[in-house]
Design a binder for this molecule. Structure first.
Ligand code: URA
Length: 265
């Protein structure tokens, strides 16, 4: 039980008597440091009594979900120029801070064949173009073997190249799941706008982004689908440079891509 009394209104003896009286009444605890005058006018009392905290006071405003933010930024882009601009102003990916350049794409955006890689490396970051290092040289040879080139004069023989991540991860580390999920809405919009006939997903990161699973050595050679476009999972050129024995299977996968382009059905 507790009773509020303003002690400053009393001299020592009166205060002692008031305290004794309260103890006799059964007061066992002090309710608050500041006295509350129950006879005060309501406006005055409102200033004395702390307002209870609302849920809004207690919950910090949530940071926007980066995947939703990416979705909101990518969805309205009507063409590739707008998509590139949306990526340039996207502020939720930390990789951007450490990268020299945005690496958006290379080749012919109207090409029937689109290649999706993982992320820029050192050379790509420096030049702002995908696949310009060692992997890129091998990729060009692979594409040439099935009659395609990123800069072919004949648009039907051209290729269009991009990556899941448009910024180089520090030290060329593997992209995280969160980074892949964050950039996926941009990649999907990129595909919808470029409208290729066939996509090659180069390596695990591209398979994760386009087909929702990784395990490239198991998945390679088997057609999947993304945005209603056939997707061929292939081992990444960087893997082929280290594992020469895997080139035989890569050649079979390239022939399957060539056949699909010739006969889309
Ligand atoms: N590896 C990739 O996946 N993409 C590039 O652009 C370069 C290397």
């Amino acid at each position: 039980m507790g009773i509020n009394t303003n002690i400053s209104d009393y001299d020592w003896n009166a205060a002692f008597a008031a305290l004794a009286w309260q103890v006799e009444l059964g007061v066992t605890e002090v309710m608050s440091e500041a006295a509350v005058d129950r006879y005060a006018l309501p406006e005055k009392q409102a200033t004395l009594t702390p307002k209870p905290k609302t849920v809004e006071d207690q919950v910090q405003p949530a940071a926007p979900d980066p995947v939703n933010a990416a979705q909101a930024a990518a969805a309205p882009c009507a063409d590739l120029t707008a998509l590139r601009a949306a990526l340039e102003s996207f502020a939720h990916c930390e990789l951007k801070k450490g990268a020299r350049n945005l690496v958006f794409s290379a080749g012919n955006p109207g090409a029937p064949l689109m290649v999706v890689g993982e992320a820029p490396g050192r050379e790509e970051d420096r030049e702002g173009l995908p696949f310009v290092g060692h992997s890129g040289l091998l990729l060009d040879k692979m594409l040439a073997a099935i009659g395609h080139a990123r800069d072919a004069d004949d648009p039907r023989a051209s290729a269009y190249l991009t990556n899941v991540l448009p910024w180089r991860p520090p030290g060329d580390r593997d992209p995280t799941e969160a980074e892949i999920a964050m950039m996926r809405p941009f990649l999907l919009r990129h595909i919808v706008l470029a409208k290729p006939q066939v996509i090659i997903a180069m390596g695990n990161v591209a398979c994760q982004a386009l087909l929702g699973q990784s395990g490239i050595l198991r998945m390679r050679g088997q057609w999947g689908e993304c945005a209603a476009i056939p997707v061929m999972p292939m081992t990444h050129p960087a893997y082929l440079l280290r594992n020469l024995g895997a080139k035989r299977e890569a050649w079979a996968d390239l022939l399957a891509v060539q056949a699909k382009l010739a006969n889309p059905s």
